[in-house]
Design a protein around this ligand. Structure first.
Ligand code: FAD
Length: 263
């Protein structure tokens, strides 16, 4: 079985998001990490390696420094790593990102493609389903558990859905978008870290993408562009109404709304 995991290098937003004076994200001031959902997806792929001997390949599109997340993935146990990087791919929105990644995946054999549900910087959750559409394979999103039937070439996924779960079965090859709940990522091992630096990272550029038109890559191939980014406006402190009866509370609330000319 062959599993490809798409991983994105993102700024760590745990310590707060830092902006430059012009309002754009100050990526240099934040630590670069592997997107958390992708790490859970990688863990799921590594469990398939443990159980069925699956070959795990990790793919990222980004700047050359994104190689760091590929090395981390190999130190966790991934077998192969591919970095897709080229100046003409810069400024991509989700459409151009998914077109590019699909172009890279067309060069590979795979039974399963795993992406994270969502990247913590772009936050759109569009790239995984778009890749499946480009490749013409089924997608199961919001995966919390994956079971594979190797003989039948099917997967059964426990899919999170508001107040319930869906159990969804699909024929492989298919794409799954991973939730963090899919699995606590394993730590890198010291041996794995040494191996990761001995292994080669394959680097692909524009010329290596298969069946991708120039009109679908980079900034020029991006239908959406960010016009402006700003901090959320902070809300003022709320007020808890303490009253002897519901009628009294309602009267107080309406008085406040009238005072503020809301009603
Ligand atoms: C604040 C902000 C807002 C943005 N808003 C939009 C917007 O509204 N519309 C838009 O089209 N673009 C938007 N972008 C651009 C966005 O960063 C890119 O499109 C990005 O490359 C992919 O989208 P995402 O981060 O939302 O990924 P998501 O769709 O959230 O990512 C899902 C999964 O796809 C995989 N994946 C995504 N990118 C890569 C990659 N480069 N390499 C490997 N795997 C990857 C990962 O497994 C990831 O977990 C925004 C960017 C920022 C910083």
């Amino acid at each position: 079985m062959k599993v490809v995991v798409c991983i994105k290098q993102v700024p760590d937003t745990k310590g707060g998001v830092k902006f430059k004076p012009d309002g754009t994200l100050d990526r240099g001031a934040m630590l670069a990490i592997m997107n958390p959902d992708d790490k859970a997806g990688l863990e799921a792929a590594l469990r398939l390696k443990d159980e069925y001997g699956a070959e795990v390949t990790v793919v990222t599109m980004g700047l050359p420094k994104a190689e760091a997340v590929l090395r981390e993935a190999m130190a966790m146990g991934a077998d192969k790593a591919i970095l897709v990087t080229d100046r003409v791919l810069g400024g991509a929105d989700t459409w151009a990102t998914s077109s590019t990644i699909a172009g890279a995946l067309r060069n590979l054999d795979y039974d399963l493609v795993i992406t994270g549900r969502q990247a913590i910087d772009g936050d759109t959750a569009q790239v995984g389903p778009q890749i499946s559409e480009h490749l013409g394979i089924p997608v199961i999103s919001y995966a919390e558990e994956i079971k594979v039937d190797e003989k039948a070439k099917t997967v059964v996924v426990k899919r999170q859905f508001e107040d319930r779960y869906h159990m969804v079965e699909a024929k492989m090859p298919c794409l799954i978008t991973a939730l963090a709940e899919l699995g606590e990522p394993r730590y890198m091992t010291p041996g794995g870290i040494f191996d990761a630096f001995e292994k080669e990272v394959t680097v692909w550029g524009r010329a290596d993408l298969k069946d991708v038109d120039d009109s679908n890559i980079g900034l020029k191939g991006s239908p959406t562009q960010i016009a402006k980014a700003s901090d959320k406006v902070k809300k003022g402190a709320g007020e808890k109404i303490v009253a002897d009866s519901a009628d009294e509370a309602v009267d107080y609330l309406f008085g406040k709304l009238e005072e503020k000319h809301v009603i």
